[in-house]
Design a protein around this ligand. Structure first.
Ligand SMILES: [Fe+2]
Length: 282
């Protein structure tokens, strides 16, 4: 069986049709989903009948599954790798990021199942960090290729605190967890071979090794560059959608513009030792 792949955006995004969740998923189907994901960076498919076991099976195809590094989300008792992201429990996010880039090895792939979707709004927006890198001038690529930046979980709370939300204590607690890591600004995707920008405004605190005025100017320039609409794709959820994205190619933004409830089940895939053996990533 071959899946139907429909491109949804110019640079990223595709819709897959033809997965039959009433039967066991074959390895050929899993391979087709993976090939589409790496080609299009973000893929969705209708999956109203998908079971939690099939959700886990699809995610495991990409690597080892994560138990969330922070304590933001309730964990579904029946499947400990599935975290429940529920707007009624206060789980809303409205900033550009790739997940948990403050870790030495952030998650590779996200696999989300839309269980309750609001009537309007609540989209997930994406931008391709690979397309953004490609579009930089050759001189800018030379300038940033050897730079590193510190990513810090506490930065998320600092941004809220600076905006007037009383998060000073939460920021201190986040910092005390030591969840920070230095990453190269540019990495090469181990599957596709494409280079991509790792920096994001939620977790990236500063570029190392430069005077602060130079570092802040370069970081601001790259963040502004990432905003260009031609690097973007926005997924409007249908109830039952399965949505996968490649964390090494794209950044995401959960648009907090909806009324009513939005509940999705999330599985994050960590680095697979088998797939990435021998590849230097830090
Ligand atoms: Fe996220």
């Amino acid at each position: 069986m071959s899946l139907l792949v429909k491109k949804m955006g110019g640079r990223l995004g595709a819709r897959l049709e033809g997965v039959d969740f009433s039967r066991p998923l074959t390895s050929a189907t899993l391979e087709e989903i993976a090939a589409a994901l790496y080609a299009h960076q973000v893929v969705s498919l209708p999956a109203r009948e998908m079971t939690p076991e099939q959700h886990v099976q699809i995610a495991q195809h990409f690597g080892d599954l994560e138990l969330h590094a922070t304590d933001q989300f309730a964990v579904d008792e029946k499947a400990s790798h599935i975290t429940v992201v529920d707007s009624e429990a206060g789980h809303r996010a409205d900033s550009w990021h790739a997940d948990e880039t403050f870790l030495e090895e952030p998650p590779l792939v996200n696999v989300l199942h839309g269980k309750i979707i609001p009537e309007a709004g609540g989209d997930t927006a994406f931008r391709s960090a690979a397309a953004a890198y490609d579009a930089l001038s050759d001189k800018m690529k030379v300038l940033i290729d050897d730079l590193h930046a510190v990513h810090d979980y506490g930065h998320l709370y600092e941004l809220g605190w600076r905006s007037g939300i009383p998060l000073a204590q939460a920021m201190g607690e986040a910092l005390s967890k030591g969840l920070l890591h230095s990453h190269p600004l540019v990495r090469t995707h181990p599957v596709t071979g494409r280079k991509w920008l790792t920096i994001n405004e939620t977790y990236t605190r500063f570029i190392e090794g430069l005077p602060p005025n130079e570092a802040e100017a370069i970081l601001g320039l790259l963040i502004a560059h990432l905003q260009k609409p031609e690097f973007g794709y926005r997924h409007s959820w249908e109830e039952g959608d399965l949505l996968l994205w490649d964390q090494q190619a794209v950044q995401h933004y959960a648009v907090n513009d909806f009324e009513g409830r939005r509940l999705v089940h999330r599985i994050a895939v960590l680095r697979s030792a088998a797939t990435y053996k021998g590849i230097k990533t830090v």
